[in-house]
Structure formats: C-alpha cells, structure tokens
Design a protein around this ligand. Sequence first.
Ligand code: COI
Length: 367
Amino acid sequence: MSNDTQQETTFEVRPTSHPRTREQRAAALIELGFGTVFSDHMAHATWTTDQGWHDRRIEAYGPLSLDPAAAVLHYAQEIFEGLKAYRHEDGTVWAFRPEANAARFAQSARRLALPELSEADFLDSIRQLVRTDMEWVPNAPGSSLYLRPYMFASEAFLGVRAARRVEYLVIASPSGPYFTSGFTPVSIWVAEEYHRAGPGGTGAAKCGGNYAASLLPQQQAYEHGCQQVCFLDAATNTYLEELGGMNMFIVTADGAVHTPALTGTILEGVTRQSILQLVTDAGHDVHERAITLEEVKAGVASGEITEIFACGTAAVITPIGVLKGTGFDLTVGDGAAGTVTNELYGLLTDLQYGRHDDTYGWMTRLV
Ligand code: COI
C-alpha cells in the first residue's frame, strides 16, 4: 500500500468542548443517507494576500461568522472537492487517491482565481480531521466518511476582482448511498434546453456555480419522473457531456466501454479516471470520444448499447435503467444493472474497502 501514516502535522488540533456522546454518535450513524450528518470537527485555514496560508487548525464543527459583504455571497468565487474515508475490516481508515483530488483542487483554484493550496496541506487537513473524528467513520456495508474540502472568498468587498481573503475548510459527513435506492438503476432526463458549461467556461473546474446551473434542469428531471439530468454540449446540443454531479459511461454489445472525451467543459472525475484504468486492465476496449445523443438513442433502441452507468465519488457506480428526453423514453438493456456495471462496481469497491490488494497504489492510510 502506498503512503504511510507518518507526516509532520501542520493542522493544529483544537478539540471541541462539546463532542457528542457515544450514544448520540451511534444514533446519528443509524440508517445513513448522503450529506445530512456531520462529525464533531472541521479543518480550517485562512489565506490573505499579506500572509498567505495561515492559522491551519482542526476546530469544533459549527456555524461560520461571515460578513454579509463576503465576496462569495455575491460573485460565487468558490471551489470544492469530494472524497471518502473508508473503514477496512481491521479497523484502519483509508482514502482513495486523495492526491488526485488535491491536484484537481489546485486546478479549480487557478480557474476561479483563488490561491492554490499545496498537496501537503490538502492531505494533512484530511488526515488530521479523520484522525480527530475517527469514531465518525461508519462501518456499515457501503458506508464511508464523505469528506468535503472547499475554499471560498471571505473578503468583505463588492468590487468584482479576486478576493484578498479566502477560507479553506474540510467538513466530514458519515454517509450511505448518494441515491436512496442504492445500487439500483436510476433514470435520466436529457436536458436539451439548458447547458451546464460552455467552451472557455468553468465546466472543468469543480466550482459551486456549475452545480447551481444544474439545479433548474435537475428540477425538470424530477418533474419528468427522473432522478438525474444529463447535459449536452453547449456549442452544438449534440454530444453527451455529463450528469448533474457525475460522469457517464456506455457499454456496447461487444463489451467495449465508451465515455465522453474531456473537452474542457466536462469535469475530470477521479472515479472516471480510475474506471478507465480498471476496464482497460480487465481487457475491455475503451473509447474516450465524442458521443452523440442520436447514436445513444439509436443504440439503446436497437440493443447495440447494453448498459449505461453514472460514476462519481458520491455516486460510486450507479446503473442507469432509463433514458428519457423530449420525444423519447428508452429502457437500457432490461432496465437492470448490467454485467460490466456489476463487474466494475465490484472491482472498485473491493479496492476501496480493502477486500482486494491495492495493486495500483491508490489507497492512502489515514488512521
Ligand atoms: C462527488 O461525487 O463527490 C461530487 O462532488 C458530486 C456531488 C455530490 C456534487
């Protein structure tokens, strides 16, 4: 396994004076959904143009004090990440490819004119937070401690320019499946009227604004009886891009696996990258390419496309059973999770939960 637990501490632990009791914690960890329960502490550091990053600490989880003029509230200068801490059977706790999240966080920071946080700070904030709140890492099957690092402009200033004061935080949320249905197929609504990102925009950055833009089309998906929305490219309204908060893959009858190529408007998912590696090593033909909605509609209707699935840190791998849009309503395969989707879910989660040797060196021990 890569990366041992020894590293100099930079995030100083300042324990909360009001931790929840063992009984309160046990009650909070029953029947976990996604993103509703939070642990006792959070990581926090501040950046200013004068001092750079400073005051790195692990402190009590609680409300922030923010000036009403804080720039993030007006101009959405904000980025975030999502990764998980997994409890293995022997009680140790591990993160999956956290250095990939650190690298993407730095890329997102550059795009949003925010200061970069070093990989060492990113990893240390996570390590110290998870060590401090290790009792909050659940052990129910399929559960994990979802970690949400984020950064935002806290300077009180209404002019439109990059902020001179910024906060970095990590909060931790013991979580079960993202979709309440778990590993059962979801239905997708293809939005043709709205787009998530355009050429030269922020589509490849993980910033809150991209998700805000997805909310209205996501509501339309619900109105059409679907759980997720799928976006097409803004330039031609032709090619599949991604879902509201996850990437997507298609499997054809010959066992080949296809996913939209990165165009600058698609988020480069860590799970997406890992799946590309896993399917290649499992002997499938893999194609990162432009995929049109028309070919997907025709392929699902003819049976040439046998499986479609979504992937992301929160969603892991989620089968897609139905693809709907204006004038079409198609069931993918027999509507159930397909063979390749099942195979990949097994390969990925076996690695993450330590049931399989980490031959890729993707896991980092936290506790
Ligand atoms: C994740 O998969 O971690 C995401 O960021 C997707 C979503 C919950 C916003």
